[in-house]
Design a protein around this ligand. Structure first.
Ligand SMILES: O=C(O)c1ccccc1NCC(=O)[C@H](O)[C@H](O)COP(=O)(O)O
Length: 214
């Protein structure tokens, strides 16, 4: 799977960035959602962004963010991609893309076949899609819950008109199987490479990248 691309999400320290970039990740994600154990402030992300080597894309993850927040974020942090991880409509995705001039990745939660039509809807407006597990109804977080969805739902629809990433409950132990089953060319992980919520484990980051990239 030498051409697979990896995103490590929820980085909070320089050591996290070094581990992700050193292991061959193509994307690093910063979470701007206060309730998350992985949350960083705009000021913290501005400091971290400087440490990201060229060639590694900096992704800013927001949840139903308004223009005031996005104005402040994009003014301070040199992001390469905005990841919209809330209930943003296709119209809002198009608006964000036009206003900030950055590629937009829309996260889509999947629990069953009834969720699949959303993928085509958002593929028409987003630059990339992140196909993730739908959070449980009582979940505190809209993502980063370490839950996988039924990968066979994607088995007959491997390709959309825009690039996509597989996310949700991926780990060093299951990522190779997930790639084989879904045909994903890009994978995203957060809790699967942590020692505790919000605390990345460099050894698990390395193991995840090795499993996904070799
Ligand atoms: O990670 C979070 O804390 C988070 C908070 C709010 C919205 C989204 C969040 N994470 C989204 C991601 O991009 C995760 O990497 C993705 O959901 C997969 O997470 P996991 O199942 O823990 O690998």
């Amino acid at each position: 799977m030498a051409d697979t691309r990896v995103k490590i999400c929820g980085l909070r320290t320089v050591a996290d960035i070094e581990a992700a970039a050193g292991a061959g990740a193509s994307y690093v994600g910063f979470v701007f959602f206060e309730k998350s154990p992985r949350a960083v402030s705009i000021a913290e992300a501005a400091t971290l962004a400087v440490e990201v080597p060229p060639g590694v894309a900096k992704v800013g993850l927001v949840v139903n963010a308004d223009d005031a927040f996005l104005d402040a974020l994009t003014a301070r942090v040199p992001l390469d991609i905005l990841q919209l991880h809330g209930s943003e409509t296709p119209e809002r995705v198009a608006e964000v893309k036009a206003r900030y001039g950055l590629p937009v990745m829309k996260a889509i939660g999947i629990a069953d076949a009834g969720d699949l039509p959303q993928i085509d809807l958002y593929a028409a407006v987003a630059d990339q899609l992140l196909i993730d597990a739908k959070p449980p109804k009582d979940a505190a977080l809209p993502g980063g819950n370490g839950l996988a969805f039924d990968w066979t739902l994607l088995a007959n629809r491997k390709y959309w008109t825009v690039p996509w990433m597989l996310a949700g409950g991926l780990t060093p132990e299951n990522v190779a199987e997930a790639v084989t089953r879904t045909g994903a060319r890009q994978v995203d992980v957060s809790s699967g490479v942590e020692a505790a919520p919000g605390q990345k484990d460099p050894a698990r980051i390395t193991a995840f990248c090795e499993a996904a990239l070799t």
